[in-house]
Design a protein around this ligand. Structure first.
Ligand code: GTP
Ligand code: MG
Length: 555
C-alpha cells in the first residue's frame, strides 16, 4: 500500500494552506498554474475523466482512523490518491490505480437490507465505511486534514487583502483563495462520472463531460458543475462501420429534429436520476429552454449540476477560455478580481435576469486584454491562423478552428503590472462607447453594433449572436458607474495613509459596497450616462448596497 505523503494530499496550489492571514513575505506572486500547465485542453479532459472512472466516494464516521480505512481499501488494490472533505459529515474521495478495484470493492460490500429501506439494487460508487469493532475506530494522533470545498467569506478575504503589499499581490491572493483546488476539480469530474453510470444504462457508449467554468480555468469554489452528455465517441464508431452494408438502428430512434431528440434523451436521464440516482435531489427538467437541460443537486459531492446534451460550441468556448487562462499569469487574476468585484456590487447574480453573466464579464476582460498595447492575449483570428489540420472544427457551418497547442502561441511582450491593468480595465469600460460599439473577440476590435441591444458582445463562434442580449440599459449603466467609481477610488487613494488609518485599501476598498457618502460624488462621475436612468439607478444602488454585501458574503 502506497500512502501519499502530506504534500500529496494537501493543497496543490499556493496560498491555501490555512485560514489565518499570511504575512506579506509568503504572498503568492504569480499564478502557479501558468508555469505548470502546458497540456492541451483535451489531454487534461481525458486524463481527468479517466481518473474519475477509477474513483469512489466513501462516507466516513466522524471518528475516523485513516490508516484503517486505507489498509482495508488496499485489499482491493492500490490507492493512488485520496483526500477527505466535509459534506454532511466526513467523506473520502479515493482514487484507485486500477478500475478493477472498484468492482472488487463493490463485490465485497452489502446493499442495505430491504427490510430497512426499499432500495433500488444499483451498484453505485458511493460507500459508507463502518467498522464493527469501536477500538479500531480510535482517532489518530494527527487530526484528519479536510480539504475545503468553498472559498472564505468576502469579509475574511478583505482582511487578508489589507495585509498585502501591492494591488497585484491582493489580486493573486484573491485568485488563490477562490480558484478551484486540485481536490475540488477531482470531485467535479467524479460527479460527471457518477452521472455517466446512469446514462450508460441507456446509451452504453455515452460519456458525461464537464464544460464551462469547471474546466475553463475560471471556476470558483462553489460554482455549479455544467456537464453534457456526449455521444461523439459512439459517432466515431459508427463512421468506422460506414463501409458495411448494415446500418445501425439501435442507437437512436429517428426523430424529426435534433432538438426533439435532445429533449427525449434528457427527459429519460432526468427521470432516471430522479428515481434511482443515489443522492440526486431537486431534479428539474427544463426542456423548453433554448438549450434544454436537467438541473439537480448532487448531494454526495455537494454540487449543483446542470446537465445538457453535447453542445459543441459551448465546448469550444470552454477550450478558448482555457487557452487564454493558461497563457499569462495576469489573465486569471484579473478575471477573478472583476468577477468578485461585480458580485459584491450586485452587477452579477446567480438568478437569471438582466444582469451581466459571469461568462459575458469574462469575455469583456478577454477583450480588454486584447486591446492593451502590446496585447496580452491574441485575438481569435490570430489563434485560428496558428491552427493545424487537427485543430479544424466546423460546427453548424461556423468555423470554430483555433490552435490547441499552447506552445505555438508566442508569449506577450507586455510587462504591465496588475495594479495598472486593474485601473485601466475600469477606465476602458467606464468610457467605452456602448451606444455605438460592440465587443468582438474574434477581431480584437471595437466594431459598430449590428443592432440596438444595450450591450453587444459577439458570440466568438456563432458570429450573428450576442452573448449579452439579456443585459438591459439600467444594468449596463450600473456597470459603467461602478467601473468609473472604482477607477476613481484606485487613483485617488493614498495607500500609506489608509494603512496607518487601518482603512481597507486597493482591491479591499473596491470589495466594500460603495456607501451613501459616495453617491453624490458618483453623480458627477456619471456625467455622460443617459440621464433618464440616473435617478432610478442611484436609488437602486442605495437599496442594493446592503443586500449585495450580504449575498456576496453568503455565497
Ligand atoms: P460560472 O458557472 O458562473 O462560474 O461560469 P460559467 O462559465 O460556467 O457560466 P455558466 O454556468 O452560466 O455557463 C456554462 C457555459 O455555458 C459557459 O462557460 C459558456 O460556454 C456557455 N454559456 C453560458 N452563457 C452563454 C451565452 O449567453 N451564450 C453562449 N454562447 N454560451 C453561453
Ligand atoms: Mg457554470
Amino acid at each position: 500500500l502506497r500512502l501519499p505523503g502530506p504534500g500529496a494530499r494537501g493543497h496543490a496550489r499556493l496560498g491555501r494552506s490555512g485560514a489565518a492571514a499570511q504575512p506579506a513575505a509568503e504572498e503568492p506572486r504569480e499564478d502557479a498554474e501558468v508555469s505548470t500547465r502546458k497540456k492541451t485542453f483535451s489531454e487534461v479532459q481525458t486524463e481527468r475523466l479517466d481518473q474519475a472512472e477509477r474513483t469512489v466516494l466513501i462516507k466516513c464516521p466522524s471518528k475516523l482512523n485513516e490508516k484503517k480505512l486505507l489498509q482495508y481499501l488496499s485489499s482491493h488494490g492500490n490507492v493512488k490518491s485520496h483526500f477527505f472533505f466535509e459534506n454532511r459529515g466526513i467523506n473520502a474521495l479515493i482514487e484507485f490505480s486500477e478500475k478493477s478495484s472498484i468492482a472488487s470493492l463493490q463485490d465485497a460490500v452489502g446493499i442495505p437490507s430491504a427490510s430497512e429501506h426499499h432500495v433500488v439494487p444499483f451498484k453505485s460508487r458511493l460507500f459508507t465505511f463502518t467498522l464493527k469493532n469501536p477500538v479500531s475506530q480510535r482517532i489518530e494522533d494527527s487530526p484528519l486534514h479536510l480539504s475545503p470545498q468553498c472559498h472564505i467569506p468576502v469579509k475574511d478575504l478583505i482582511e487578508k487583502l489589507c495585509l498585502a503589499d501591492s494591488i497585484s499581490s491582493q489580486m493573486y491572493i484573491l485568485l488563490n483563495e477562490y480558484q478551484l483546488t486540485e481536490e475540488n476539480i477531482k470531485l467535479r469530474f467524479l460527479a460527471c462520472s457518477l452521472v455517466r453510470d446512469f446514462a450508460c444504462a441507456y446509451f452504453p457508449d455515452s460519456t458525461v463531460k464537464p464544460f464551462g467554468s469547471s474546466v475553463n480555468t475560471f471556476g470558483k469554489l462553489g460554482s455549479d458543475v455544467d456537464m453534457f452528455l456526449d455521444f461523439s465517441d459512439a459517432g466515431k464508431h459508427a463512421t468506422k462501420l460506414k463501409k458495411s452494408p448494415f446500418e445501425m438502428e439501435y442507437q437512436m430512434k429517428r426523430l424529426p429534429s435534433e432538438r426533439l431528440a435532445t429533449q427525449r434523451i434528457l427527459s429519460v436521464i432526468g427521470d432516471c436520476l430522479d428515481n434511482f440516482g443515489p443522492g440526486c435531489v431537486n431534479v428539474q427538467k427544463i426542456l423548453n429552454a433554448r438549450c434544454p437541460l436537467v438541473k439537480f443537486s448532487h448531494q454526495p459531492t455537494g454540487f449543483q449540476c446542470d446537465l445538457s446534451v453535447s453542445n459543441s460550441i459551448a465546448i469550444r468556448s470552454s477550450e478558448l477560455l482555457y487557452i487564454y487562462g493558461c497563457l499569462d499569469s495576469r489573465v486569471r487574476a484579473l478575471v477573478f478580481t472583476i468577477r468578485c468585484w461585480a458580485r459584491v456590487h450586485g452587477l452579477t447574480n446567480s438568478a437569471p435576469g438582466a444582469w451581466i453573466t459571469n461568462f459575458s464579464l469574462t469575455m469583456m476582460v478577454m477583450f480588454f486584454l486584447q486591446r492593451t498595447s502590446p496585447p496580452i492575449i491574441p485575438t481569435l483570428d490570430q489563434l485560428k491562423e496558428l491552427a493545424d489540420e487537427n485543430d479544424k472544427h466546423i460546427i453548424g457551418g461556423y468555423d470554430c478552428s483555433f490552435v490547441s497547442d499552447l506552445r505555438k502561441i508566442k508569449p506577450t511582450k507586455n510587462k504591465e503590472t496588475l495594479d495598472v491593468l486593474l485601473v485601466e480595465f475600469f477606465e476602458y469600460f467606464g468610457n467605452f462607447d456602448f451606444r455605438k460599439n460592440s465587443i468582438n473577440l474574434r477581431k480584437g476590435k471595437e466594431v459598430n453594433k449590428p443592432e440596438s441591444s444595450p450591450l453587444y458582445i459577439w458570440n466568438p463562434f456563432e458570429q450573428d449572436l450576442n452573448i449579452s442580449k439579456n443585459v438591459n440599459q439600467p444594468q449596463l449603466e450600473k456597470f459603467i458607474a461602478m467601473a468609473r467609481e472604482s477607477a476613481w477610488i484606485l487613483q485617488k487613494e493614498d495607500k500609506t495613509q489608509q494603512m496607518i488609518d487601518k482603512e481597507p485599501w486597493g482591491l479591499a476598498a473596491l470589495l466594500i459596497p460603495f456607501g451613501k457618502s459616495n453617491s453624490s460624488k458618483m453623480k458627477n462621475r456619471m456625467k455622460g450616462i443617459g440621464s433618464e436612468t440616473i435617478r432610478s439607478l442611484l436609488d437602486s444602488l442605495k437599496l442594493n448596497n446592503a443586500n449585495s454585501q450580504q449575498k456576496a458574503v453568503g455565497k
